[in-house]
Write a protein that binds this ligand. Structure first.
Ligand code: ADP
Ligand code: ADP
Length: 228
């Protein structure tokens, strides 16, 4: 589903953030990316949906080459769900409208259909009763669950997560991880940057460890955690 082949990325002429990175995520696979701060984890997943350009190698998403000038990037990005550390909900829109906006504007869904889908997903993340609220009225954990629901509303072929729990108070981390665990178990293709090794241990198929722009380990979970 996601192929990353010999990718090199520079920020400016002198700083190489990714060095010959090669890995892949198969359909239905959950890959956790970990490593020290500044090692290039966030950069790697931003390159997958071309939020950052690459200078060498190739990335192929569901058969489409991402780093090709002919690729329709808005269309490609609309098919990959992305959840960031900061929830990035539209602050002036009610939760329900946050869920409908891209479905209507990007996918051209009718309002009733977008609304039905949005409400179903809100129920799934346990927030149906908060539909009429504004983001600022929700806790960080609730906002992040809305962000996940909003990404799922687009019927993504894969989900990318960039430290989805690191901006949350400790007591809210598990409510977000629980939603992610459910998604993983339902067979969603996921690439997750996180320090939550409990999550990795529960649902990851593989764990990638990055250091200074290189993928230094890419192992099946059992090998990574040293389990039988
Ligand atoms: P991680 O997610 O592992 O913390 P990042 O991918 O965010 O690492 O960053 C990798 C390196 O690239 C860091 O040294 C960071 O300072 C640098 N970096 C990230 N984004 C930019 C940018 N837009 N311009 C210049 N350097 C950047
Ligand atoms: P994250 O790791 O969640 O991407 P960061 O705090 O590392 O968040 O980066 C926030 C923003 O600043 C990102 O858009 C990143 O590309 C940019 N950035 C990070 N490091 C640098 C840097 N050394 N120079 C310029 N921009 C940077």
């Amino acid at each position: 589903m996601i192929e990353i082949n010999h990718v090199n990325k520079w920020y400016g002429p002198s700083f190489q953030a990714l060095k010959d990175c090669t890995t892949s995520v198969a359909k239905g696979e959950v890959v956790v990316v970990c490593g020290p701060s500044g090692s290039g984890k966030s950069t790697l997943i931003k390159c997958v949906n071309a939020l950052e350009p690459i200078q060498g190698g190739e990335i192929i998403l569901d058969g489409v080459k991402v780093n090709d000038p002919k690729t329709d990037l808005p269309k490609l990005r609309s098919r990959v769900g992305m959840v960031f550390q900061h929830f990035e909900l539209f602050p002036h829109l009610r939760i329900v409208d946050n869920l409908c906006l891209a479905q209507e504007k990007v996918l051209g869904r009718k309002h009733e259909d977008a609304l039905a889908k949005g409400m179903k997903l809100l129920e799934r993340v346990g927030l149906k009763d908060h539909a009429k609220k504004f983001p600022a009225e929700l806790s960080g954990g609730q906002q992040q669950r809305v962000a996940i629901a909003r990404a799922l509303a687009m019927d993504p072929i894969a989900m990318l997560f960039d430290e989805p729990t690191s901006a949350l108070d400790p007591e809210m981390i598990s409510e977000v991880l629980d939603v992610m665990v459910d998604l993983a178990r339902e067979g969603m293709t996921m690439m997750v940057v996180t320090h939550e090794m409990g999550f990795a241990n529960k649902v990851a198929d593989r764990v990638i460890f990055m250091d200074r722009g290189e993928i230094v380990e890419d192992a099946k979970k059992a090998d990574f955690f040293g389990q039988p």
